[in-house]
Design a protein around this ligand. Structure first.
Ligand code: BYC
Length: 321
């Protein structure tokens, strides 16, 4: 039986469930329920698209970074994101879909990508704040995915998380330099934090009561924590970092709760979240149009690769004939 075989059999189902119950990995060669496969394709594709679309907001600043050192760092980070997209598309391909098909779905807006990349990067401080808050949120969400039940996804996440940690630190280091700079630089950091705080909290997805996929994904060990659990973890991790930077997080309800040993915090604007994930965010149209143009202008590379592969295959046939 293969991953794409839709036939079911109680013995296969039992074996699948036993593997999940034993907290072991499902591999591409194993039988899996069709709904498990579909959920993984949905999540991994959305994750891969996020990495690829996520190159745009920061890529916007490569030509304008204030020094050669900052340019080199940003260039390396954006390149890493392209790499993450590739590992993730490769993981999705083990489930029987192909990258070309997933890219088509992205540019036709039939598959989602993270809400966070539908906001513009207006100042250079946004580069630091994306590293600190957006990559920080990504780490909180993605470290548990290293223990996801699907082997290829879990293994891809190990390397991605290592690189995300480096991204988070570079963002924090950039912000430390800026808050210790001129008053105008410090104000620029605060203004950026004010814009990115709430969208960063929305990265974790809707509140648990409004999350249709969490329960099943947790039962299958794809997700290891609920959206709200991870959001809480992120807030608790970030508050002391904000204090160290000397910036204020823009939430009047944010305070330590001694009883819960955790921070209380306000509610994100879920109507904004819904608008953004339905395509009506500030930069949705721009992001997709840019991605479509890049895909179209890369057509000759794909064609050249195909012709080269055909030639190599023909040569191999000649040798073995
Ligand atoms: N944005 O039932 P729920 C990065 C959708 S890359 C857009 O809770 P689930 C980085 C959700 O898809 C960051 N859509 O869903 C890259 C579902 O809609 P569909 C990307 C969202 O899957 C470059 C509906 O809302 N990270 O960090 O159980 C530079 C209901 O939600 C969002 C990943 O993709 C959102 N924020 O949980 C820097 C991580 N939230 O598909 C940084 C992997 C929810 O039913 N993904 N939706 O139409 C996950 O962990 C989970 O998919 C989520 C959502 C927690 C995001």
């Amino acid at each position: 039986m293969t991953a794409t075989d839709e036939r079911s059999h109680p013995a296969f189902e039992d074996e699948f469930q036993a593997t999940i119950d034993a907290d072991q990995r499902i591999e591409p060669r194993d039988w899996m329920p069709e709904a498990y496969r579909k959920t993984l394709i949905r999540q991994i594709a959305q994750h891969a698209h996020s990495e690829i679309i996520g190159m745009q907001p920061e890529g916007n600043w490569i030509g304008r970074a204030p020094s050669l050192r900052r340019k080199a760092i940003l260039l390396a980070k954006v390149q890493d994101e392209a790499g993450h997209g590739m590992y993730l598309y490769a993981a999705a391909e083990t489930l029987g879909v192909d990258r070309e098909e997933l890219t088509e779905k992205l540019i036709e807006s039939k598959q989602k990508y993270s809400s966070i990349f539908n906001y513009p990067t207006l100042t250079y401080a946004d580069v630091g704040v994306i590293g600190w808050l957006v990559d920080g949120a990504a780490i909180c969400n993605q470290v548990p995915l290293c223990r996801c039940s699907y082997g290829p996804y879990a293994r891809a996440m190990v390397r991605i998380c290592k690189e995300e940690s480096f991204h988070q630190r570079q963002g924090y280091e950039l912000l430390l330099a800026m808050v210790n700079g001129t008053p105008a630089q410090k104000a620029m950091v605060q203004e950026s934090v004010d814009r990115w705080w709430w969208p960063s909290l929305m990265m974790f997805g809707p509140a648990d009561g409004d999350s249709p996929n969490t329960q099943q994904s947790m039962a299958w060990n794809i997700k290891r924590h609920t959206n709200d659990e991870l959001r809480q973890r992120f807030v608790d991790m970030t508050v002391p970092q904000a204090e160290a930077l000397g910036v204020t997080l823009p939430d009047p309800d944010l305070r330590w709760n001694d009883e819960r040993q955790a921070h209380d915090f306000g509610e994100p604007d879920w109507s904004e979240f819904k608008a953004v994930i339905s395509g009506a965010g500030p930069t949705n149209a721009q992001r997709i149009a840019h991605r479509r143009r890049a895909h179209e202008s890369g057509a000759w590379v794909r064609e050249a690769a195909r012709v080269y592969a055909d030639k190599q295959a023909a040569k191999k046939r000649e040798v073995t004939a």
